[in-house]
Design a protein around this ligand. Structure first.
Ligand SMILES: Nc1ncnc2c1ncn2[C@@H]1O[C@H](COP(=O)(O)OP(=O)(O)OP(=O)(O)O)[C@@H](O)[C@H]1O
Ligand SMILES: [Mg+2]
Length: 330
């Protein structure tokens, strides 16, 4: 197995666009301080077999196509200028796949996720979701499909701050029209799946970043979606917590066959997926199958737990103090 991640840059990113449309904008009016992150755009560290981007990978999974983009273009019309965010994207994602979308800042990753998530429509081209062309649907029709078929996870968690974990997770079931008892049962079941049943009554501020992201994953799962879409879900988390999140995603994918599409800037996060799609300048440049997949469960065994790390730090501090004391006396 290749070496797992050792460090995690802390980043702040824009997820408010999605959050606002989901009606979850209470917490963060995140500014558009889009990350000016250097990305090795000319030298992408891809060790896997490369498949020409124009040929959608058929071998990646045996399942039925759940997502099919056909020559999708997206142009943002800003009056004076037009931004061509997507310039002819064709992708097929099959049931049970775990895809990591990569590429430099501004390459169109979030734009394509917005379209996959039925939050936005292509300017040109077609999007078939479960075989149905959704490209021409009205906003109301898209909202219904979104609630039924898709779950979302964002970098900023986007939880409602004055609301318990349980109530946060229940929220999408309100729109799905479930009765209150069924809603609570579903939300508890979902929290259990991410290992947080014992934190149901906690508010987001009483939870760690990783726990908040797990609540967000539980919320994304509560309506039993066919597809989970995650835009940089580990972008605000430290390395161990990131691997814990990837462990949850791998378990959902491996054991429950959940189809996952995840955006990440980080190669070592992408390495937990089964396939990578690399974007550049609004085009799909590469479509790779991951050969040496990281297994989060194994990687976690090699990383210190939070408690071990704290103990190590305390020991190191004590050692330094002793050294300093010794110097003073001598
Ligand atoms: N609502 C919008 N209006 C106008 N232009 C937009 C809008 N959203 C995105 N763009 C532009 O479209 C292009 C693609 O943006 P997108 O957000 O998809 O990039 P990204 O790959 O997700 O980048 P990052 O890694 O920084 O999140 C960029 O040039 C961006 O400035
Ligand atoms: Mg983005």
């Amino acid at each position: 197995m290749a070496s797992p991640r050792t460090k995690q840059p802390r980043k702040r990113k824009l997820a408010a666009r999605w959050a606002g449309r989901e009606g979850l904008s209470e917490d963060r009016a995140v500014s558009s301080q889009v990350l000016a992150q250097s990305y090795p755009s000319n030298n992408l560290p891809m060790a896997e077999q490369t498949i020409p981007a124009t040929e959608p990978t058929q071998a990646a999974a045996d399942g039925q196509p759940v997502i099919r983009l056909e020559n999708v273009h997206k142009t943002y019309d800003l009056g004076e200028i037009q931004v061509q965010a997507l310039r002819g994207i064709s992708i097929t994602v099959r049931e049970g796949e775990f895809v990591a979308v990569m590429g430099p800042s501004g390459s169109g990753k979030s734009t394509v996720m917005n379209i996959l998530g039925c939050l936005d429509r292509p300017t040109r081209g077609h999007y078939y979701l479960d075989g149905v062309d959704v490209s021409g649907m009205t906003k109301t029709e898209l909202a219904r499909i979104r609630n039924r078929k898709l779950g979302f996870v964002f970098q900023q968690f986007n939880l409602l701050s004055r609301t318990s974990a349980l109530e946060n997770v229940e929220l999408p079931t309100v729109y799905a029209g479930l009765n209150p008892e069924e809603r609570t049962n579903r939300a508890m079941e979902s929290l259990t799946r991410v290992g947080l049943a014992d934190r149901a009554g906690h508010h987001p501020s009483q939870l760690s970043g990783g726990q908040q992201q797990r609540v967000a994953i539980a919320r994304a799962l509560v309506n039993r979606p066919a597809i989970l879409l995650a835009d940089e879900p580990t972008g605000n988390l430290d390395s161990r917590t990131s691997v814990e999140i990837m462990h949850i995603l791998q378990t959902l994918n491996d054991e429950q066959g959940l189809t996952i599409v995840l955006v990440t800037h980080e190669q070592d996060i992408a390495q937990y997926a089964k396939r990578t799609l690399e974007f550049r300048d609004g085009k799909l440049r590469r479509d790779n199958i991951i050969r040496d997949r990281f297994v989060a469960r194994e990687v976690l065994q090699t990383l210190p737990t939070a408690e071990e790390q704290a103990a190590e730090d305390a020991e190191e501090n004590a050692r330094q103090e002793k050294l300093a004391g010794g110097d003073g006396a001598g």
